[in-house]
Design a protein around this ligand. Sequence first.
Ligand SMILES: Cc1cc2nc3c(=O)[nH]c(=O)nc-3n(C[C@H](O)[C@H](O)[C@H](O)COP(=O)(O)OP(=O)(O)OC[C@H]3O[C@@H](n4cnc5c(N)ncnc54)[C@H](O)[C@@H]3O)c2cc1C
Ligand code: FES
Length: 302
Amino acid sequence: MKQLFYPFDISLESEMKEPLDFNRRSRTKDVDRVFRAEITNVIRLTEMEKLFQVRIMDDAERQRFTFLPGQFLMLELPGYGEIPISISSAPTNKGFLELCIRRAGTVTGALHKARRGARVGLRGPFGTHFPMEKMKGNNVLLIAGGLGLAPLRAPIFHVIQNRSDYRNVHIFYGTGSPEQLLFDYQYDEWRRIDDIEMEVIVERPDPNWKGPVGLITKLLDHVEINPRETYAIVCGPPIMFKFVCARLSDLGVPMQRMFVSLERRMHCGMGKCCRCNVGSTFTCMDGPVFDYWSVMNLKEAI
Ligand SMILES: Cc1cc2nc3c(=O)[nH]c(=O)nc-3n(C[C@H](O)[C@H](O)[C@H](O)COP(=O)(O)OP(=O)(O)OC[C@H]3O[C@@H](n4cnc5c(N)ncnc54)[C@H](O)[C@@H]3O)c2cc1C
Ligand code: FES
C-alpha cells in the first residue's frame, strides 16, 4: 500500500478532524436581537484603554445571557456605529459584562468620552470560543501581548474558577512599556491562586521597572513543559502570535493545540456582509478563535 506522507503528527489527526464548534446555526441564533444595556462603570486602565462595565438592562435577559471564553459582542453606540469587542469578564459573572476598549477611531473615540449611565446596544455573543473543555487535565499556557490580555481574561477567569480541572497553568504577558500594562492591579491576585505562575515582560523599561526586559518569547526560554500534555492560548497582534507559536512549535507543542484569536474588520457579525472573510472563511462565524494549524493554512490570515 502506498505510504501517505502527513506533514503533521498523525496521532493528532482525530483532533484536526474535530472542528471547534461546527454548529454555525446555534452560534447565530438571536443575531438580530439587540440587548439594551447601560454603562455602569468606566475604569481608566492606560492612556489608550478603558474598561467598561456594561449591564444588560432587562433582568431576565441579563440572567439568560451566556457566553464562552473567546467570544465577542457587537457593541452599538447609537449615532456612531457598531463594533466587535471581545468579552473580557468571567463567563459566570451575571451582574455585568466587562469590555476593555482601546481608543482607535470614531466609535471607540466616542465611547471613551461616555460616562456612567450611557446607553449602548449589544448583539451576540458571536464566534467560536477557546476549547476549555478539551484542555481539561492538561497544562495550559495563557499568553498575551498588549491588548491581547482583553480576550485572554475570560479564559484566565475560567481556569481560575475551575482550577482543579487543569494541571500547570502559566500566564505570560508582554507590552512595549510598563505604562501600557493592562489590568496590572490583578496580577498579584492571579499569582496567589494555587499553582498559577504569572510572568510579565516589557520591551522598554522605565527606571522603576524590576521585571524582565525583552520580547515575550524570552519568557518561554525558562518554561518547562511536556508538549504532549500542553495547550496554549495566544492573543495579541499577528506578528506576536507568529513568533510565539513558532517558539512553542520548537518546544514541541503541536500547532493543533495552540489557539489564537484573529481580528478582522467586521460589520454584521453573522456571515452576511463579507467584510471579515479570508478566502471562504468568515472570521465572524468560523472564528475569531482558530487553532494555529488552521490559521497557517489560511492564505492571508496573518
Ligand atoms: C473579534 C474582534 C474582537 C475585538 N476585540 C476588541 C477588544 O476587546 N478591544 C478593543 O479595543 N478592540 C477590539 N477589536 C477591535 C475593534 O473592533 C476596533 O478597534 C474598532 O472596530 C474600531 O472602531 P472605530 O470606529 O473606533 O475605528 P474606525 O474609525 O473604524 O477605525 C480607526 C482605525 O482603526 C482601524 N481598525 C478598525 N477596526 C479594526 C480591527 N478590527 N482591527 C484592526 N484595526 C482596526 C482602522 O483601520 C483605522 O485605522 C476587536 C475586533 C474584532 C474583529
Ligand atoms: S462581519 Fe459580516 S460576514 Fe463577517
